[in-house]
Design a protein around this ligand. Structure first.
Ligand code: CP
Ligand code: NVA
Length: 309
């Protein structure tokens, strides 16, 4: 029997021990780089000679740059593929694309328009596939968030994390993270924009400590971390309706004051300033947003190594 591929498709697919090892290794990778120039290669260049293909069906700043820099610093290379500039944009199937790319590269990262595209790619690729965001989940982001939160507040298992606004792809991966690594999550979402019921069913089945409310105040009560995200994600088409539903869930100084003393603020970015979060919170002393962005680099190195070593 052939060995299963080391895909990284979702946090829920992995054991707590594996996820913990990824986060802890990322912390060590980050520490080793402290004070070094950007072009400094990680010791031993463990991915020398390896090539990552990055397929983008949606735009990206952080995911694109952090994965490419991660590959370079680990000694490897990255090839960037924008779906519309390839035959995918003219209807070649994801399955055939997976088979072709697998003949050229050692791993494939995809930012997929639909979760089913990620799954089709993973099913037909013969090299590891990494989820760089779908309409349903964003696991690389949330492991970077866990690393960031733990740097500032200690173990996730001791935190209460409040999620405000849309119960979207990032929220779903956060539910998975709490289900696997512990801690408590309090989601404050309008009923119409609650997380996918399948995600909440998963949380119940896993006995994860996940609470869902429509009250922003109840969501932030005792929270050591408050998180939000854009009201209109890349796959959403109903912007005006979402703005109306989500206005009461804006993270502002008044809401932050209702969280636990010393609570931190996180946002995966890009943010729509003064919509889901005010400038005052984004740029205030509680904000960890740029540490989060930096940590995408360190966590993705650790994910790449777990897939490719
Ligand atoms: N947070 C995040 O994934 O950002 P990009 O869309 O810029 O990649
Ligand atoms: N929820 C956002 C995350 C962007 C990184 C989106 O899907 O557009």
């Amino acid at each position: 029997m052939t060995k299963p591929l080391n895909h990284f498709l979702d946090i829920a697919d992995h054991s707590a021990a594996h996820l913990r090892a990824i986060v802890d290794r990322a912390r060590k990778i980050k520490a080793a780089r402290a004070g070094r120039p950007r072009g400094w290669r990680d010791p031993g260049e463990p991915l020398k000679g390896r090539i990552l293909a990055m397929v983008f069906e949606r735009p990206s700043t952080r995911t694109r740059v952090s994965f490419e820099v991660a590959m370079k610093q680990l000694g490897g290379e990255a090839v960037i593929i924008t779906a519309n500039d390839t035959q995918i944009g003219r209807g070649e199937t994801i399955a055939d694309t997976a088979r072709v790319l697998s003949r050229y590269v050692d791993a494939i990262m995809i930012r997929a328009a639909k979760h089913s595209n990620l799954m089709e790619l993973a099913q037909h690729a013969t090299v590891p596939v990494i989820n760089g965001l779908t309409d349903r989940t964003h696991p690389c982001q949330v492991l970077a968030d866990v690393l960031t939160l733990e740097e500032h507040k200690g173990p996730l298992a001791q935190q209460t994390v409040a999620w405000l606004g849309d119960g979207n792809n990032v929220a779903a991966s956060w539910v998975h993270a709490v289900g696997r690594l512990g801690g408590r999550m309090q989601l404050g979402c309008p009923a119409e924009l609650s997380p996918d019921p399948a995600v909440m069913d998963w949380a119940r089945a896993e006995k994860a400590e996940v609470m869902l409310t429509t009250s922003p105040e109840a969501a932030v009560a005792n929270a050591s971390c408050v998180i939000t995200d854009t009201w209109v994600s890349m796959h959403d088409t109903d912007g005006a309706r979402r703005h109306n539903l989500l206005k009461p869930y804006q993270v502002n100084a008044a809401l932050m004051n209702k969280a636990a003393p010393g609570a931190v603020f996180m946002h995966c970015l890009p943010a729509h300033r003064n919509e889901e979060v005010t400038d005052e919170v984004m740029d205030g002393p509680q904000s960890l947003i740029f540490d989060e962005a930096e940590n995408r680099l360190h966590i993705q190195k650790s994910i790449l190594l777990s897939c490719l070593e």
